[in-house]
Design a protein around this ligand. Structure first.
Ligand SMILES: Nc1ncnc2c1ncn2[C@@H]1O[C@H](COP(=O)(O)OP(=O)(O)O)[C@@H](O)[C@H]1O
Ligand SMILES: O=c1ccn([C@@H]2O[C@H](COP(=O)(O)OP(=O)(O)O)[C@@H](O)[C@H]2O)c(=O)[nH]1
Ligand SMILES: [Mg+2]
Length: 240
């Protein structure tokens, strides 16, 4: 946890300690001259500059967004829904908007560089270091491009495993006015999920990074499987 230090003495202290204590030289240069002093609190996940990234995977309607909201509430993560970022691009009438809209209507996957650029921009402008990247990567191509462009891999991957008929039912009852929440497009999205998303799930399972969640039952019943994943990683619960 960080607090801004108001008195100059703290600043000079930090400054002096640079001269006298070689250990302090391990600090990143800018940290030596910051007016912030790390406040080590027991049990808090120490803020460092490396982001903690969770990929949240699962078919359309498996409950990714719903569960992400609960993780945000409990553990203070920043929720980045790739789909929402793309829909924001469409709404902004950006140059790529039409292409994105047509891709989503077909249930297909938008070019990786575009989606990754949107995600990267959000991460870089955030003052958080804990991220839930929801609904991405959706293919091996997405996954590889993310690693190449961002230079990092996810720390953990959640996979919400849900039967197709339940996903279809939930999507058709979602009522968010989305162009892709209709029976024709959902069928296409499920095909894309099986063909392209599942290989990503398999990859992370083989890497030992995957937490498979049985996404059937009530929201709270499902979340009972999710909570221990983050609690076991010593993330401080920010709110009940
Ligand atoms: N466990 C659940 N049982 C019934 N409906 C659910 C459950 N979890 C989410 N929903 C509903 O299903 C729809 C899809 O959930 P959402 O979180 O948007 O899934 P995804 O992001 O994976 O598409 C939403 O209308 C949501 O309110
Ligand atoms: O990384 C991504 C995320 C989403 N999409 C597109 O956006 C749609 C909606 O994604 P979202 O995750 O919002 O759908 P959900 O799984 O929540 O229904 C997908 O079907 C894809 O067409 C994409 O191309 N790349
Ligand atoms: Mg979603």
């Amino acid at each position: 946890m960080w607090r801004r230090v108001v008195s100059a003495s703290h600043f000079t202290f930090a400054h002096k300690s640079i001269a006298n204590n070689k250990d302090v030289c391990k600090l990143k240069f800018w940290e030596a001259f910051t007016t912030e002093i790390p406040l080590k609190e027991k049990g808090t996940f120490q803020r460092d500059k490396t982001p903690f990234i969770t990929f949240v995977l699962g078919g359309p309607g498996s409950g990714k967004g719903t569960q992400c909201m609960k993780i945000v509430e409990n553990f203070g993560f920043t929720h980045l829904s790739a789909g929402d970022l793309l829909r924001r691009e469409i709404a902004s009438n950006s140059a790529d908007g039409t292409m994105i809209l047509n891709t989503i209507k077909e249930g297909k996957i938008v070019p990786s560089e575009l989606t990754i650029r949107l995600i990267q921009k959000e991460m870089e402008s955030s003052d958080n270091y804990k991220f839930l990247i929801d609904g991405f990567p959706r293919s091996e191509e997405n996954r590889i491009a993310f690693e190449q462009i961002m230079g990092v891999e996810p720390d953990i991957v959640l996979f919400f495993d849900c039967p197709e008929d339940e996903m279809v039912k939930r999507v058709l009852n979602r009522n968010q006015g989305r162009v892709d929440d209709n029976i024709v497009t959902i069928k296409k999205r499920l095909k894309v999920f099986d063909a392209l998303n599942l290989p990503v799930v398999k990859y992370y399972m083989e890497k030992g990074k995957l937490y498979k969640i049985k996404a059937v039952g009530t929201v709270d019943e499902i979340y009972k499987q999710v909570y221990p994943v983050f609690a076991s990683l010593n993330f401080e619960q920010v709110r009940e």
